[in-house]
Design a protein around this ligand. Structure first.
Ligand SMILES: [Zn+2]
Ligand SMILES: [Zn+2]
Length: 560
């Protein structure tokens, strides 16, 4: 979705404006801007991940040209919590904004660690200002309060933004978990006090807005995971997101209850372990063993938590299945538990990995077959309960695909919230101090991180890669003498096609190209573009006989 680049309006002191550069109409890449009294603040700056449509691009960030245009009118980037879809964009976009990043100690420690992993190159460009979890401080035109909410990572916050016009609330990611395993249950009195103060508008998590009931408590998982571990006399491997610190705790407790040692396999798990452990969030747990220590234990004495729940080829679980891991292996009758949800777009990769495990005789357990995962986001009963505490005058659904946003807006109206409106990335909305309506539109888009480069996801490079993946590549080399005679037989190399090394077919194609070139008048052969064209169509025609594919064709013409 790209629109004309129209600068953000200058917000008055009697209004609060809102626009998202990511996160509305998608789950991921969250970035919201709140404007008041001539200035703006950003809430979150996340990434989303590439899929089969973006070959070579693993990470995608929002297009922030609108922020470039704000200059020093952007007063701060406030981070709600340390999940990649909320904080992951900072290392890539650092240097594009001058204001500090405001966040709680956990997110700050995680961010510093990520920035340092880049050799400290980027860390110099980001000023981090800590606000204690539960604390309050001025950021530009707003008085910002970070109120802890249960989620799946320590220090997730609902952000209260107070202005001269009044109070608006941005929930971030949350659930109402009575036993969140990490952090505390929600402080209902504190939220009810916001309600008494008067919430002009609520921008709220929509991930599970189509689900009835309560999401379920992380604490309830401990017993079912313990049962699964206890019922095995072989290796037990869990695959889960490294960012799900609550789950690391739950699995460690289950392993302990089943009388087994626990260990971590994968770099991002160790990074999260160090950050969480450093701030005391792994207190009361057994020590997590290193990969080599874990590998030396008898199978019935170990539980491993591995990266790779989404079938990522470079992650630990994939390498273990490939037999490429130095310390950990998997054998028939071992258990592998996928303790996470399938992120849309990853279903095929996950399915392939699970099928390979099943073929090896491994017992694969997923969210569909046993109680091994609960979501970190609120279902309808939780949304209704939060509405009743905050009593917002207006609701704007966030953190969801279109159907989730629409679902929450309708549900909020049913629950008696006076006004609820769906907006998408780029829509400038008046949240308070005027009618609840769209005031304009700004440029939004997605930018792929391709190695060290930034690439447009609609540009030629990605299109060509997609084509190469789907249809293969053909390279034609034609050597011509100065007069235009063929200096040698043409050469064709095919890659990514079923017939790539079939010498007979290659001969056939090469002959067809030579004939087509020789059919050209001598004068025409002096024009590279003409030679290239006939060579291409000769290759296409010859290939059509053997395979229905239309590969990406590159023609090299050498003049001798
Ligand atoms: Zn999120
Ligand atoms: Zn989150």
């Amino acid at each position: 979705m790209t629109t004309e680049n129209i600068d953000l309006p200058t917000p008055g002191s009697d209004e609060v404006l809102f626009v998202a550069l990511g996160g509305l109409g998608e789950i991921g890449m969250n970035l919201a801007l709140y404007g008041h009294d001539g200035a703006w603040v950003a809430v979150d700056m996340g990434v989303t991940f590439g899929d089969e449509d973006t070959p070579g691009v693993d990470v995608i960030v929002p297009d922030i040209s609108v922020i470039d245009g704000l200059g020093d009118k952007l007063k701060g980037v406030i981070i709600t919590h340390a999940h990649e879809d909320h904080i992951g964009g900072i290392p890539y976009l650092a240097g594009r904004f001058k204001c500090p990043v405001f966040c709680s100690p956990f997110a700050a420690a995680f961010l510093r660690r990520k920035l340092d992993d880049d050799g400290g190159r980027r860390s110099k460009r980001v000023k981090i200002v800590e606000i204690p979890s539960g604390g309050r401080r001025g950021v530009g035109p707003f008085d910002v309060e970070l109120i802890p909410m249960p989620h799946s990572i320590p220090e997730a916050h609902l952000t209260a933004l107070r202005s001269q016009k009044g109070l608006v609330v941005h929930t971030g990611d949350w659930k109402l978990d009575p036993d969140p395993v990490i952090g505390h249950p929600v402080d209902e009195r504190r939220l009810a006090n916001l309600g008494k103060e008067g919430v002009l508008a609520l921008v709220c998590d929509s991930t599970n807005a189509l689900r009835e009931g309560w999401t379920g408590s992380e604490g309830e998982l401990t017993s079912s995971l313990t049962e699964i571990v206890s019922s095995s006399d072989r290796r037990v491997l869990f695959a889960c997101f490294s960012s799900n610190v609550a789950r690391l705790r739950t699995i460690a407790l289950a392993a302990q209850a089943a009388g087994r040692e626990i260990g971590l396999v994968g770099r991002s798990l160790w990074r999260m372990h160090d950050v969480a452990g450093g701030l005391g969030y792994l207190k009361g747990l057994p020590t997590f063993l290193r990969e080599d220590e874990l590998g030396r234990l008898p199978p019935n004495k170990m539980v491993a938590i591995c990266t790779g729940s989404q079938g990522e080829p470079r992650a630990a679980l994939h390498r273990i299945v490939d037999g490429q891991h130095r310390h950990i292996e998997v054998d028939p009758a071992d258990k592998v538990i996928f303790s996470s949800r399938d992120i849309p777009g990853n279903e095929k990769a996950i399915g392939r990995l699970q099928n390979r495990l099943v073929a090896m005789g491994v017992d694969v357990i997923t969210d569909g077959t046993a109680k091994v995962h609960v979501s970190g986001h609120p279902a309808r009963d939780e949304l209704r309960h939060l509405y009743s505490l905050l009593k917002p005058a207006r609701l704007l659904p966030a953190h969801g695909e279109g159907r989730h946003l629409d679902g929450q807006a309708k549900f909020a109206l049913e629950c008696g919230i006076p006004e609820a409106k769906v907006a998408f990335n780029g829509d400038v909305m008046c949240l308070a101090g005027g009618d609840f309506e769209q005031r304009g539109e700004v440029k939004v888009g997605r930018v792929g991180i391709d190695g060290d480069a930034r690439v447009s996801l609609t540009g030629n490079g990605i299109k060509e890669r997609r084509r190469m993946r789907l249809d293969g590549v053909a390279l034609i080399t034609i050597a011509l003498e100065a007069q235009g005679e063929l200096a040698a037989d043409s050469m064709v190399t095919l890659a990514g096609l079923d017939v790539s090394d079939n010498a007979e077919i290659l001969d056939d194609i090469e002959e067809a190209i030579d004939e087509a070139v020789e059919d050209l008048a001598i004068k025409a052969r002096r024009d590279d573009a003409v030679v290239e064209n006939v060579a291409r169509s000769a290759l296409r025609k010859a290939l059509r006989k053997h395979t229905g594919k239309r590969p990406q064709i590159n023609v090299h013409i050498v003049r001798i």
